[in-house]
Design a protein around this ligand. Structure first.
Ligand SMILES: Nc1ncnc2c1ncn2[C@@H]1O[C@H](COP(=O)(O)OP(=O)(O)OP(=O)(O)O)[C@@H](O)[C@H]1O
Ligand SMILES: [Mg+2]
Length: 231
């Protein structure tokens, strides 16, 4: 494949969206954007930021469905139904966005991908890991990331960041239900297990520092890869 796929993973509030934006800015500032552009076919962007769920028109509808169910506090969504909605979002995203851009040479920065499903639905909700792997395989057509940045930090720190983003006096991390904290701890364990299983693809980033410091860690990981990918 001509292009490259970089994925940002991690729990809630780890800084994924923040870091992808900072990475895009750094690529432009440091001259990489112009260099990548010489590899990309006309009419395609050198760098594309996208996300799962919600990276396509269909995906935006699926994302809204999934978030609406969560927002009502009604946890009655069936685990398999949720899993299939994520898979449908991914299938559309891979087929209509990721693959066409990679074929034309774009560098894609994707907010969450297959590992989130393994961590959330597998480790978090306890669904069958083998089934999730099979669905990931079908939805991605076998497309794996070239690099996955796992932003790792203490569960409580990440959750308190998301609470600050949407201040709600009724919801404070220290009053959150134990099962919610335990859920997030399980999914952190999931990312850890994945990073151990796929050390060539997944790089752990210590996300507990300031956004600027985390960005420097990411740039240090990426610089040698960019030199290799775009000589
Ligand atoms: N390194 C950091 N230190 C402190 N605050 C941060 C840091 N990085 C991001 N934030 C802030 O924490 C909040 C969550 O960050 P962000 O939205 O980037 O996380 P996320 O991983 O994308 O979360 P989600 O999983 O909910 O999409 C934001 O308000 C952001 O400004
Ligand atoms: Mg985000």
């Amino acid at each position: 494949m001509l292009g490259k796929l970089i994925v940002c993973e991690g729990g809630e509030g780890a800084g994924k969206t923040t870091q992808l934006k900072l990475l895009q800015d750094w690529l432009a500032r440091s001259g990489w954007l112009a260099r990548i552009n010489t590899y990309v076919q006309a009419d395609y962007p050198p760098v594309l930021i996208t996300r799962e769920p919600g990276g396509t028109v269909l995906g935006q509808g699926i994302r809204k469905l999934l978030l609406d169910v969560t927002a009502t506090g009604d946890e009655s969504i069936d685990g398999q139904a949720e899993l299939l909605l994520f898979a449908a979002d991914r299938a559309e995203h891979v087929a209509s966005c990721l693959l066409p851009h990679l074929q034309q040479g774009s560098l894609i920065l994707c907010d969450r991908y297959t590992d989130s499903t393994i961590a959330y639905q597998g480790y978090g909700r306890g669904l069958d890991l083998k089934l999730i792997q099979q669905l990931n395989q079908i939805a991605t057509q076998g497309l794996e990331s070239d690099l996955t940045l796992w932003l790792d930090l203490e569960v409580e720190v990440g959750l308190s960041r998301t609470r600050q983003r949407h201040p709600d006096p009724e919801i404070r991390v220290d009053r959150m239900e134990t099962h919610e904290i335990l859920f997030h701890q399980r999914l952190r364990e999931g990312f850890k297990a994945l990073a151990q299983e796929y050390p060539d693809r997944i790089v752990r980033i210590d996300a507990e520092h300031s956004a600027a410091e985390v960005a420097l860690q990411i740039q240090a990981v990426l610089a040698p890869l960019l030199k290799e990918w775009y000589p």
